[in-house]
Design a binder for this molecule. Sequence first.
Ligand SMILES: O=C(O)c1ccccc1NCC(=O)[C@H](O)[C@H](O)COP(=O)(O)O
Length: 214
Amino acid sequence: MENQLKLKVCGLTKLDQIQELIDLKADFLGFIFYDKSPRFVLNHLSLEHISNIEHSGKVGVFVNEDLENIIEIAEKANLNFIQLHGDETDNFISELREKLNPEIKIIKVIRIGNQTPDELQKTINEQPKTINYLLFDTDSKAFGGTGQTFDWNILNEIEIPIPYLLSGGISPENNHQITTINHQPIALDINSKFEIEPGHKDLEKIKNLLPLLK
Ligand SMILES: O=C(O)c1ccccc1NCC(=O)[C@H](O)[C@H](O)COP(=O)(O)O
């Protein structure tokens, strides 16, 4: 179905779980290339492992990573999307866009803390035009994967000019509230609320979520 809410499962570390998620038709598979994360994928899988995964929605998540490293990892792991989850500047993003394989899409994360709607709007408006998607997540010192939600009502007070993914503490208990957002995300990004432990996903919980996305 064309307008179906898509699903991104982030923080994957296990090949058998990745294959199950592919069989379940997960749209995006998130791999975290941030060594301070408990889901740092290179502690579990090599770039070759990731490269060999046959899926067109492989997302590499980076936090203030060196530009050349991102490009090298993107090539070696055969990534389809780069998710910039740190404080990457406009210049950085523009340079990345110039040097990156043009087929790889860029997702810029905007971490939502105590900004006013006007401040958030300004941040959105200032993003380089070369990014393909936004992703809204909850702000934290860990950058992501905290299981904390932000107040989704703020999204009803701003204009979102490009497609976006919604993230931050999405759980079996709260996912139905997404219908209160006027401008719907293209995808939900789930992580710690669907885990047994960091990097080990609770596939039963994910299976139960899937019918709700239709
Ligand atoms: O998951 C992490 O450990 C992580 C660490 C640092 C930056 C990003 C990270 N995750 C990226 C994601 O896209 C998560 O899905 C997102 O932060 C939401 O996580 P959660 O609140 O646990 O659902």
